[in-house]
Design a protein around this ligand. Structure first.
Ligand code: GTP
Length: 214
């Protein structure tokens, strides 16, 4: 079974823990509890008849846990960056979270998603859907507006990202195979050139021997 590491990051209080609970067992907790240490949950999903195990890492949004977060943000396959549609500062924090994930994962390819959470509070919305879409477009991320409270688009976000990851993974594998095939053909060509050269040398030597005998 293919294991895929998913990290959820974003400012404190945007609803990261609640999104995970909603995705895992359709539960929602109204009372806020700060996440102090990163925590892993597993969810199995089926994509194109392949079972995939999503290892979902909830991280702490508060800056005093940044060092602990760093370790768990490494080797991510998917990063979901969350903001709260009723909190402008959380939207402004997106770029910083994106930079951190990119920096920590060095050159590793990470599939990014942006979730504008708390869509059930639309009457208090201060970050427009368009702003969320534009930011996502700029960093080449998938965009979702979610509600961890009423389940809105939560599954769509996690499953959509898993699908995108798997699609890119298959594409990479296909390209690697084609590259290997190409290299094999190049090597064969080079071997044939050497063989032809050797044959040519042999025939020249034979010719010279013949001439000498005459
Ligand atoms: P940190 O652990 O500090 O990083 O916070 P967090 O991002 O994990 O936030 P958490 O999931 O703990 O949620 C923070 C508060 O927002 C809680 O009181 C939740 O009940 C509330 N909340 C989370 N998601 C939603 C949502 O979609 N709608 C509404 N109305 N409230 C939400």
């Amino acid at each position: 079974m293919k294991k895929v590491k998913v990290i959820i990051v974003g400012n404190s209080h945007v609803g990261k823990t609640c999104l995970i609970s909603q995705y895992l067992d359709s539960s929602f907790q109204l009372e806020y509890q700060t996440t102090t240490a990163p925590d892993k949950s597993i969810k199995k999903v089926n994509i194109s008849n392949t079972e995939i195990s999503l290892e979902i890492w909830d991280t702490a949004g508060q800056d005093n846990y940044a060092i602990a977060n760093k370790i768990f943000m490494k080797k991510a396959d998917i990063a979901l960056i969350v903001y709260d549609i009723t909190d402008k500062a959380s939207f402004e924090g997106l770029q910083n979270w994106y930079n951190r994930v990119v920096e920590i994962n060095d050159k590793k390819k990470v599939v990014f998603g942006i979730a504008g959470n708390k869509s059930d509070l639309f009457e208090k919305q201060v970050v427009s859907t368009e702003d969320g879409q534009n930011f996502s477009k700029n960093i080449n991320a998938l965009f979702f507006e979610t509600s961890a409270k009423d389940h809105g688009s939560v599954e769509k976000a996690f499953n959509g990202l898993a699908q995108e990851y798997y699609h890119q993974y298959l594409e990479r594998q296909k390209m690697e195979k084609e590259e290997e095939k190409k290299m094999g053909e190049e090597e064969k060509k080079e071997d044939n050139v050497v063989l032809d050269e050797n044959k040519h040398k042999e025939s020249v030597i034979k010719e010279e021997k013949k001439k000498r005998r005459c």
